[in-house]
Structures are given as C-alpha cells and as structure tokens.
Design a protein around this ligand. Sequence first.
Ligand code: SF4
Length: 356
Amino acid sequence: MFHWNLEKIRELEALPEAEAAERIRALRRSYGKEVCLLAHFYQRKAITELADFVGDSFGLSQSAAHFQGGKYIVFAGVRFMAESAAILCRPEQVVLHPDPEAGCPMADMASQEEVQRAWSVIAGGKPPIPVTYMNSTADIKAFCGEHGGTICTSSNAAKTFEWAFAQSDRIFFLPDEHLGRNTALKYGIDSEDIAVWDPQKPDGGEPERYADAKVILWRGYCPVHQKFTARDVDHVRTFYPKAKIVVHPECPTDVVQKADAVGSTDFIRKYVAASQPGDQIFIGTEINMIQTLQAQYPDRMVSKLHRSLCLTMYQITMGRLLYTLENLESFPRVEVPESVRHYSRVALDRMLSLQA
Ligand code: SF4
C-alpha cells in the first residue's frame, strides 16, 4: 500500500520552479527512455516544457502507446485522461497520475448509475446510439461501447454524428451539452429536434420529448468554457474590430455562433501558428494554453477572451510531478477494471475506425 507523504509533497511544492525543473530533468536523465511524460495543453508552461509530448487527451494517449520504451507513462492532466492512456497503452506499460484527486468536473457530471437511469427511460422502442465525448469517465466510455455506441473528440464530433445517424435516427450524447448542441446544429439538426436530459430531475426534465428528439443531450458542461459569454465576444468586437476570435466547441452556442473560428485545442494551436506577425487573436479556452501560445508567438497579439482557469488541471504541480518521479516504482498505477477496459476499448476502436 503506497503511503502518500503529504508533508514531503508540500515541501517539494515549495521549491523554486527552476530548482524543481532541474531535479525533474535529472531524474528523467537517469530513467532514460523508461519514462514518458505527457502533458495536456492546459498544463502550466513549466510542465509542458518538460514533457515528451504536449497535446489533447486522445493524441497524448496515442503518443504514449507508440513511444519506444516508455514503461512508465506519467500523465500530467486530469483523471479521465490518465484512464484513457491506461486503456490504450501497451500491456507492458503502466500509467501514473501525479494527483489521483484531480478529476474533470464535467466528466464527473455523468455517473454510471445516472446514465443507466436515463437509458432505461430513453432507450424504449428503437434505442438511440450513445456517443460520449472523450472527456468522460472510463465507465461511461464502456457504457457506450457495450450499447453499440462510440466516443468522439472535439475534432471528429461531426463525423461521429454522421456515423451514428447511419445506425439509428437518434443520438444520445454525453456528457457535454454544449459540444453536443454545437455539433448537432452544425450537422443541420433543427433546435426543435434537440432535447436535454437533466440528471438532477427524476424524469430528465423533458419526458414528453425523448421519444421523438433526434438528439438527446446530457446536461453537463465544462466550468472553464461555460464561463465565456456572448458579451465577451461583443466587447472584443467593439474595442478590437480587426481581431479574430477563436473558441473551443465546449463554449455555449451563442459564443460559438459569434466567433470567427471554432475548434479543438489542436485546431486553436494551429490557428495561431498560421496567423501572421501583427495579427490580433482572442481565444476562448483555458488560460494556461493561451499563456503558452503568447510566449511562443510574441510578435502577434494573442489574448484571452476572458480569464478562465481549469482548477483541477492546475492541481498537477511541479512538486507533485517530482514526487511521482522520485517514487516511480512504488507509485500507484492507474487501474481500469478488465470489463470496463474491454468495452471502453470497443468504443475507442469504433472511433479509430471512423478516423481511418
Ligand atoms: S478544461 Fe473543462 S473539460 Fe477540460 S479538464 Fe478542465 S473542467 Fe474538464
């Protein structure tokens, strides 16, 4: 049983950043290719600078599985990402998550029990195809795999809708209401044909609509992207009329509809990279990613639409990372039960076959 030495963690977290970085680098050198460090785009800059790969959750899991060596995958991100890496990695690899308490609030808005309850109501007659966003727990991914559904990312959501509508005339999308609605509208679904299942209400809130709705959305949201408003966009348009605004599709629909461009974290990164010196770009996503882009492109104005921090991503500190590396062999592994792994893998493989 691993003993979490909280005093030691606090001591490491109090180290100056440069010293912590140097100690992490020294440990990485001593482990060589045994350790693969992955960092999500939303991690603080000091961590992304140390990583072997920086990316979105799915891209990172794939990178880990293809990394030569890499027995230990240290995942600087939130829990569902570390779980996905544990599902996708090779059998000889293990995944370590520096802070197992760092979950994603949106993923945690859909529990297996809640989803089963909703399913028992909406799956009468011809069941919908369940589609879950990558930002969901392994249990929910497995639920979709077991019920003929799949997983989508913010980059392939529209393609996933196309696949799902070829199987059924209804989709059950979870856990992000905004991504689901933005994708459905982009796909051409009328807003009248979209219903919402609210897990806080015993009957889901719209019981008379579930039988006919083409898309049933889970009422979940990302607290980071939910904060952006249409007023933020109007404000930028007033004071920076030449600026371009790019936002993540987890933002509310009125924000997405007012933006110049919408896309995943990787899309946003490429959007900034393709801009020209002197351009003005306002971004609606997590602040750490924006700060990293600002440092990379000092010759253009890269700015935030609004300051929004993912608190649980921020729980991964340099001290926690150092603590993980110092205790590599005994540090608890991310475990996914076999039945959950099996059906999650079924759903993930369906998603991958769509990308092929
Ligand atoms: S940014 Fe949103 S979706 Fe991503 S981990 Fe944080 S709360 Fe979850």
